[in-house]
Design a protein around this ligand. Structure first.
Ligand SMILES: Cc1cc2nc3c(=O)[nH]c(=O)nc-3n(C[C@H](O)[C@H](O)[C@H](O)COP(=O)(O)OP(=O)(O)OC[C@H]3O[C@@H](n4cnc5c(N)ncnc54)[C@H](O)[C@@H]3O)c2cc1C
Length: 469
């Protein structure tokens, strides 16, 4: 009996080994076949071509990754990626970082981890010469004085410099607000909120204490709603640690000129999001414009003045300022006008994509929205189109319909619309986390974020310290 079972075990092990070897052989065969196919396709490519990608966000970094796959050999082309930061920021996790649920650094992955086929150059691009396909960049010197300036030239230039906050010219807002756009912004929001709690705890003047405990967010889109939810949760979870701060003294306001929250989602989901925020103590003021901001105050349409030490601006984005100086056509939103294949018209070899470009949606007058979902796919397409033109083939137009939209509206609560079906509550929150976690670019980043979430789940929000430079 015993011998028979050991025979069975050996035969199962043998079958498994054969299956594993077969699968490995199929994989290796497929890779070889693909490589041979690429070699054939790339055989007649012009040698020594230089591809330069400016901006390593969702659009630029994905373009570089796809190019590295399509042009695997250095003689196919030189692929250079330039960015002022040496990391790729995963923006969907920024509000989690601002709310203290994850460590801010865990929302980024180092660009030096990209495939070796890509040359990364860190530097701030100060000038893009579109007609001559030349880019000037600056980086600090090692001795701290002046800047290292260099010019890179290219045969194919990809502009993917993203966007910056749009203050719409509202007086005082740029000077007196925090924004939720960069890694530094997320850390600054978290630190500022905790500092306000410290100050309120030590403050004897009731008016000053109220102002320190009043948190205003301007903007009702995804970033505004998620930032308000995160800040409100952070404040209310931390309040118990400050003996002189009472929860009822905290005021959180979400202010926006729109008629409802989250215009990208359905009316029902927007109303649900509003109810959830209000249940958690947020005052939602819609159809209300912020008309100005100053040292310690926010002014509203109609003359109302709110005393606050915290205004977080999430009122939209506009293309990066470097785009304003480019010698090419700009569209209604200030972005670089491109055709459906992401080419800059009348500028052979120049491409633009992501938040800094205006990509037409078919024959309609609309353009694709500035989202990471679009930018990732535009990045892959620009690489394929560029290689297609190098091979003498026709480029393809950008066509994409997002499968869904997701937003967090508080701890363990989210809203989502996926394949036209609405979800809300805990399931939508879990879906948000599962989807964005899976989309993070590296396994190391995923492991770090998972660990942060696990700690948060097991021990609640940590009593964070504010680290001053
Ligand atoms: C808080 C927040 C949450 C978001 N959540 C979502 C979401 O859940 N889903 C979604 O689809 N979208 C989301 N977005 C939008 C999304 O982040 C953008 O649409 C996306 O990042 C655009 O990609 P991009 O590559 O065009 O620009 P970016 O990702 O901004 O990349 C641009 C890059 O260019 C670099 N750069 C800019 N200027 C220079 C210069 N002069 N020199 C050198 N380098 C330069 C920047 O450092 C940056 O790395 C969110 C945005 C924010 C701010």
């Amino acid at each position: 009996m015993g011998r028979k079972s050991s025979h069975e075990q050996t035969s199962v092990a043998l079958k498994l080994a054969l299956f594993g070897a077969g699968a490995a052989a199929v994989c290796a065969g497929w890779k070889l076949w693909r490589r041979a196919g690429l070699e054939r396709l790339n055989r007649n490519l012009p040698r020594g071509q230089k591809i330069l990608i400016v901006g390593a966000g969702f659009a630029g970094a994905n373009a570089a990754r796809e190019l590295a796959k399509l042009l695997p050999r250095p003689e196919h082309a030189e692929i250079t990626l330039v960015d002022e930061d040496d990391y790729q920021l995963f923006t969907p996790m920024l509000t989690e970082a601002a709310g203290g649920e994850i460590e801010p650094r865990h929302a980024v992955s180092p660009l030096r981890d990209l495939p070796r086929r890509i040359t990364f150059e860190q530097g701030r691009v100060t000038e893009i010469d579109i007609p001559n396909k030349k880019v000037t960049l600056e980086s600090p010197t090692t001795h701290g004085g002046g800047a290292n300036r260099r010019t890179l030239s290219a045969d194919h230039l990809v502009v993917a410099v993203g966007s910056v906050p749009n203050f719409h010219g509202v007086p005082g807002v740029a000077e007196h607000s925090l924004t939720a756009k960069s890694l530094g912004d997320a850390a600054a929001i978290r630190d500022h909120v905790l500092e306000m709690l410290e100050r309120a705890d030590a403050e004897s003047d009731a008016g000053e204490r109220r102002a320190a405990l009043t948190f205003v967010v301007g903007g009702a889109g995804f970033t505004g709603v998620e930032t308000m939810a995160a800040v409100n949760d952070l404040v209310r979870a931390s309040v118990g640690r400050f003996p002189n701060v009472k929860a009822q003294d905290v005021r959180a306001l979400l202010i926006a000129p729109e008629e409802r929250l989250l215009p990208e989602l359905s009316v029902e989901l927007a109303s649900y999001a509003r109810r959830q925020l209000e249940t958690r103590g947020v005052e939602v003021r819609l159809k209300t414009k912020i008309t100005g901001a100053g040292e310690g105050c926010v002014e509203l349409q109609g003359g109302e003045r709110i005393e606050t030490r915290t205004l977080i601006w999430a009122g939209g984005v506009k293309p990066s300022p470097v785009v304003e100086r480019l010698d090419c056509e700009r569209g209604e939103h200030g972005g670089i006008v491109v055709d459906e294949c992401l080419r800059v018209p009348r500028r052979a070899g120049v491409w633009a994509l992501g938040d800094c470009a205006e990509i037409p949606k078919g024959a309609s007058k609309q353009t694709y929205s500035p989202t990471a979902q679009n930018a990732v796919r535009e990045g892959r397409l620009v690489a394929r189109n560029m290689v297609a033109t190098m091979r003498g083939e026709e480029p393809r137009p950008f066509r994409y319909r997002p499968v869904g939209e997701l937003a967090l509206v508080g701890r363990h609560v989210g809203v989502a619309r996926v394949y036209g079906i609405n979800f809300s509550g805990l399931f939508a929150w879990l879906l948000w986390r599962a989807v964005y976690w899976a989309k993070m670019p590296s396994a190391r980043q995923r492991a770090r974020v998972l660990f942060d979430w696990l700690l948060d789940f097991m021990f609640g929000r940590p009593a964070d310290a504010v680290i001053k430079p």
